[in-house]
Design a protein around this ligand. Structure first.
Ligand code: NAD
Length: 443
């Protein structure tokens, strides 16, 4: 099938590449000319495991093309995806300017009937706005072209996006148009392993499903952080509690890890946007508001542990940070807990020596060159001359470090483990003070 995709970010590029991989003829369009030029040279600006070779192979095979010319993409696509960003507006609601700009562009150039598929995460009712925007642009041209708007929210995880797209848990299609369902079924047939993974529903339910999924996952994280904070105060170890509850299949093992708070481009903004939608409809979303408030507090937790250990005297200290990205296997720094910590440490007069396997250049782009930030080439280089180590992101390579080397390098020999990667006894046996999240002895 002939597919066009607006937006070549994490979602658009993975979608386009995976659709090309199964044989569809894909054009990806982006307004960022530098990104388009890079992709045409085979350069993938985001880090996503397995993506770059797949982009290059499908580009070379001619099934995946990149352009900044929206007209070319609109002429090409029998199915046109919208996969542009929906960042939070000032009041927390989703900013739809990019989505509606694409809808307007589609209306300005559409010549042949097409199915417009909204893959961006958008508030309930957005499909109606997209439909109205396209219709208005067509009317302004004085032409009539058939089109349908379908909601098809994306559930891929950064860090495992290609895998998630190729083997989805479910594909959600929101439409009441039978022909649109058949088109989407054909498009996704190579990815659907069993019929019940292809779930068709009305548009509004599909739009809400995406927010419900992210809000549920964020709730699990905030819940565990709440339990961790209680554990710290009552002398319990949240890691034991986690093992004690995860085996209950009603609870499950996933997303019950306490830590330094959730970040990324989705959970914070989607929880806020859903709460905003509820408020706009006169309903107070108490649970969602609490999920966000707990997370905001949790993002300061590592800093508070540091302050307590040093009796508030952080000025002049140097901290080694392991991990900057909001989670492992990505270079994404959007709403990363590390950003809050960096800013708090700098405000307190401390310096940071940080290492992240993928997020260094993104960090440099965000914060620029600063005297109080040294980006290092390895986790051990970050330790040299530092007072203590703070683990912020749970990259695999941080899981089994050489504790005696850490002991030798650090002036103060203390680890603040924001992801509970280590066993307190093992760290302490190496002569290092240990602070984890919710491990009974931090307070
Ligand atoms: P992103 O910021 O990485 O990429 C968006 C891209 O759209 C950018 O390259 C930008 O230049 C481009 N763009 C903006 N306006 C455009 C226009 N008019 N025409 C063409 N391109 C345009 O965003 P993302 O992380 O891929 O997220 C996209 C959407 O998918 C968001 O709504 C997000 O909430 C949702 N989503 C994201 C993830 C994720 O893990 N990142 C997962 C599921 C859903």
């Amino acid at each position: 099938m002939r597919i066009s995709i607006f937006g070549t970010g994490y979602v658009g590029l993975v979608t386009g590449t995976c659709l090309a991989e199964v044989g569809h003829d894909v054009i990806c369009v982006d307004i960022d000319q530098a990104k388009v030029d890079g992709l045409n040279r085979g350069e993938v600006s985001i880090f996503e495991p397995g993506l770059a070779p797949m982009v290059r192979a499908n580009h070379a095979a001619g099934r995946l093309r990149f352009t900044s010319d929206p007209m070319m993409a609109i002429e090409h696509g029998e199915v046109i995806f919208i996969a542009v960003g929906t960042p939070p507006d000032e009041d927390g609601s989703a900013d739809l300017q990019y989505v509606l700009a694409v809808a307007n562009t589609i209306g300005q150039h559409l010549q042949m009937p097409a199915l417009v598929v909204d893959k961006s995460t958008v508030p309930v009712g957005t499909a109606d706005k997209v439909r109205a925007t396209i219709a208005a642009a067509l009317a302004a041209r004085g032409v009539q072209v058939d089109f349908e708007v379908v909601s098809n929210p994306e559930f891929l995880k950064e860090g495992d996006a290609v895998n998630d797209f190729m083997r989805p848990d479910r594909i959600i299609i929101g439409t009441d148009d039978a022909e649109a369902v058949e088109t989407m079924r054909r498009l996704y047939a190579p990815f659907v392993r069993s019929r019940d993974r292809f779930v068709v529903m009305d548009v509004r339910s599909a739009e809400l499903t995406k927010y419900a999924a992210n809000a549920m996952l964020a709730t699990k994280i905030s819940f565990m952080n709440e339990i961790a904070n209680i554990a710290e105060r009552v002398g319990a170890d949240v890691e034991m509690v986690r093992q004690g509850i995860g085996s209950d299949p009603r609870i499950g093992w996933q997303f019950i890890y306490p830590g330094a708070g959730y970040g990324g481009s989705c959970f914070p903004k989607d929880v806020q946007a859903l709460a905003r939608t509820a408020h706009q409809h006169g309903f107070e979303p108490r649970l969602l508001d609490a999920v966000e408030a707990v997370n905001e507090r949790q993002k300061s937790h590592l800093f508070e542990l540091l302050q307590r250990h040093y009796n508030g005297a952080l000025a002049g200290k140097t901290f080694a940070l392991w991990g900057l990205a909001f989670k492992p296997n990505t270079d994404d720094m959007r709403a990363a807990p590390s950003r809050r910590l960096l800013e708090q440490l700098w405000a307190a007069g401390a310096k940071v020596q940080a290492f992240d396997p993928e997020a260094a250049s993104e960090t440099r782009r965000i914060f620029g060159e600063r005297e109080d930030l040294l980006l290092c080439d390895s986790e051990y280089a970050a330790l040299a001359g530092a007072d203590a180590l703070v683990v912020v992101t749970e990259w695999k390579q941080f899981r089994s470090p050489d504790f005696s080397r850490i002991r030798r390098e650090l002036a103060d020999a203390a680890i603040f483990d924001g992801r509970n990667l280590y066993q307190p006894d093992e760290v302490e046996a190496a002569g290092i003070a240990y602070y984890g999240i919710g491990r009974g002895r931090s307070i």
